[in-house]
Design a protein around this ligand. Sequence first.
Ligand SMILES: NC(=O)c1ccc[n+]([C@@H]2O[C@H](COP(=O)([O-])OP(=O)(O)OC[C@H]3O[C@@H](n4cnc5c(N)ncnc54)[C@H](OP(=O)(O)O)[C@@H]3O)[C@@H](O)[C@H]2O)c1
Length: 253
Amino acid sequence: MSDLFDVSQETILITGASQGLGRQFARVLSAHGAAVVLAARHTGKLKSLEEEIRGKGGRAAAVQMDVTDITGIGKALDVAEAAFGPVSVLINNAGIAIEKLSTEQTEADWDAVINANLKGAYFLATELARRMIARKQEGNIVNIASVLGLGVMKFLSPYTVSKAGIIQATKVMALELAGNNIRVNALAPGYIDTEMNHDFWATPAGEKLTKRIPQRRVGAESDLDGAILLLASKASRYMAGSVVTVDGGFLLN
Ligand SMILES: NC(=O)c1ccc[n+]([C@@H]2O[C@H](COP(=O)([O-])OP(=O)(O)OC[C@H]3O[C@@H](n4cnc5c(N)ncnc54)[C@H](OP(=O)(O)O)[C@@H]3O)[C@@H](O)[C@H]2O)c1
């Protein structure tokens, strides 16, 4: 049973690994033995994380990747796969949010959010899946969705649409790829304190929202450690198209 969550044979590509949830996923997965390829647009923070993980005896490599550059995804994946060999697990985590009422969101806002959270994630997953199929390689794709792909909140309409879309993409890809031994699942976090939203929690609106969480607190990055290990490891081998919520009970309201 001790090997249930073992990821030491996995090469795991994590997008959006320079901060927040992606950085925490990289730390926890490398601490459990995985080789981690750290991707984001800016490489400064990635390099520090690479050094940190290597300093602890882990295997990590930083790779510059913009998931919205659809034609560049293949090349970025080539660089990622040069580090530790074929990627066996993708944590599709890169994402952005633009907070405005729907009536104020511009076409540029819509495109930025949808391109990063949905289109980029989709085309990275499909490019990797094609490679896995060609290599006859078992594979595992974990899309980082959100409770806002299942429920809604004001001010984040393109974001909620993108996260609902990635949940549907997760299900249809899981259905199509199960016969190729490629699993696709989603993790839907609730409110987690990261760089993306840190300042918000101290505002009156942040305090009000915290009170709506049944566990009465905002999540910490480490609250997702168990779920990411479950989804990235063979412990989830019979899960396909699942959406795992980790939200302190938020969706129960
Ligand atoms: N925090 C929460 O409460 C929460 C809840 C539910 C779901 N999520 C989801 O979890 C994921 C991570 O959120 P977070 O809170 O950790 O966000 P964050 O702190 O803002 O980090 C976002 C990461 O994505 C990278 N990124 C953004 N656009 C990218 C692009 N086009 N290509 C490649 N990398 C890109 C950023 O690095 P660069 O800027 O260097 O590219 C950064 O590493 C997102 O998908 C988010 O929607 C978060």
